[in-house]
Design a protein around this ligand. Structure first.
Ligand code: GLN
Length: 456
């Protein structure tokens, strides 16, 4: 903990952290030592972590990357945070992210960007950019992230780390500041699938305080991983595994460097015993308009609560109540958040609901059905995480649609609620990392983690 606190202090210019509490971290590390001495420790006891600033924490401020929540202090911990601290993990503080998790580059944070440690002129991805930067720069062995449309997988891919977005409902959303409630999921970001397995076991499980929490028994993904490995032949640990490659995930427009790194990783998986089969997800491109209708619709509803009365920021000077709302929201929200609220209220409004929101919901169902058809021919699906390596800072900040289009490969699994992972596949242009995406069927996190572990 001391070593990493010093590294964090030395690397402030990376913009990974928005809040560091050294005293609290050292006290937690001491408590973890005492637990270890008393024989009451798990593999995670005493291991440093930090949380994406979208999880509420009782011991540290929570802003969701927004001026709207400047100075906000939660009275309680998010379930995910509470579970990791019960396991004895030591939190160093809070990590930078896009405002209300809306973004793909961490450039929508009110507190400035996070930088990609592989090339500081490039973005680390988003919205969990601070988490990715911190793990990739070895400021932390692990961090929490959230993924609504790719925010764990894409920054993991851009920074060469491993991250998993679980099945929707696997991790509690209690205390996770809501962006798009039917899509939001928490997950771990770390150096390896093995570390992710340890973290996910501790983070996940039923929570009666989240109405969409899956009622499933807790699982020990790490033990499953070790057992699966022990049961497999050493040379061909993936013997019998069928990996589906959706042809729509390898379009002509896919950058050659990304294609090369992903194909190289797929050849490695074949050597480990997997067979590759071609499958089709015909509505892959449609997942972009579908997501960018549904997510803003839900966001416009979720963000109504920031009214200047209940949380955080309030305009200093105003006339009547309506004027107070207007000024508070005009000052507190950034440009991307305002854009999404406007899109969301538009697609939900009378006269447009049927044309946009209802059509998007129907397509969402069809996208989920397409995956089930694929899973008749394969066990897992693989492809790129993103169509390019991390881009230069500012390259897409004036062009929101260009940023939306880059979400094409992560959105389908999000809309279907399926678990997805990013594992380092190799390097592309300018020696920047490229991630391989693995998508499993519902609650197949164990199989995803086993496959990733065999590969790593
Ligand atoms: N890039 C997507 C968006 O801007 C996904 C963000 C996320 O997963 N939180 O909405």
């Amino acid at each position: 903990t001391q070593h990493l606190l010093a590294r964090v202090a030395d690397h402030q210019q990376l913009g990974a952290f928005v809040h560091v509490d050294a005293d609290a971290a050292l006290a937690a590390a001491q408590a973890a030592d005492a637990r270890r001495a008393a024989g009451d420790a798990s593999a995670l006891t005493g291991v440093p972590i930090a949380h994406k600033d979208i999880f509420v924490t009782a011991g540290a401020p929570t802003t969701a990357g927004s001026k709207m929540l400047k100075g906000y202090q939660s009275p309680f911990d998010a379930t995910v945070v509470a579970r990791l601290s019960q396991a004895g993990m030591v939190s160093l503080g809070k990590l930078n992210c896009d405002e209300f998790a809306m973004g793909s580059a961490n450039e929508n944070s009110a507190w400035g960007p996070a930088l990609n440690p592989w090339d500081r002129a490039r973005v680390p991805g988003g919205s969990s950019g601070g988490s990715a930067t911190a793990v990739a720069a070895r400021l932390l062995p692990a961090a929490t992230g959230t993924d609504t449309g790719g925010s764990i997988r894409q920054p993991a891919s851009f920074t060469g780390i491993t991250g998993i977005k679980p099945t929707y409902g696997r991790c509690s959303r209690y205390g996770m500041i809501a962006f798009a409630s039917s899509l939001d999921q928490a997950g771990p970001m770390a150096r390896s699938a093995e570390d992710c397995a340890l973290l996910l076991s501790a983070m996940s499980g039923f929570d009666e305080r989240d109405a969409t929490s899956a009622e499933r028994p807790a699982e020990d993904f790490h033990r499953q991983m070790l057992e699966q490995r022990a049961g497999a032949t050493a040379a061909k640990p993936l013997q019998g595994l069928r990996i589906g490659l959706p042809k729509e995930f390898f379009p002509d427009a896919l950058a050659a460097d990304v294609n090369g790194a992903v194909r190289g990783a797929l050849a490695e998986l074949e050597k480990l015993g997997a067979t590759l089969v071609e499958v089709s997800l015909p509505r892959t491109e449609l997942s972009i308009p579908v997501y960018y209708i549904i997510a803003p619709a839900e966001a416009s509803s979720n963000l109504q609560r920031y009214d200047g009365v209940r949380y955080g920021h309030r305009a200093e000077q105003y006339g009547d109540l309506i004027d107070m709302y207007k000024k508070t929201r005009a000052q507190g929200f950034g440009a991307e958040v305002k854009r999404r609220i406007m899109i969301g209220t538009y697609v939900l409004s009378h006269g447009y609901y049927d044309a946009y929101y209802l059509q998007a919901q129907k397509l969402r169902r069809m996208i989920a059905d397409d995956f089930q058809r694929c899973f008749q021919d394969c066990d897992l699906i693989a492809g790129p995480v993103a169509p390019s390596v991390a881009w230069q800072l500012g390259a897409k900040s004036d062009d929101p649609v260009a940023a939306y289009l880059a979400d094409i490969f992560t959105l389908p699994a999000s809309l279907a609620g399926l678990p997805g992972m990013s594992i380092p596949a190799g390097f592309g242009e300018a020696r920047m990392p490229v991630g391989l995406q693995l998508i499993g069927n519902y609650f197949a996190e164990g199989q995803l983690l086993h496959t990733a572990h065999a590969f790593q």
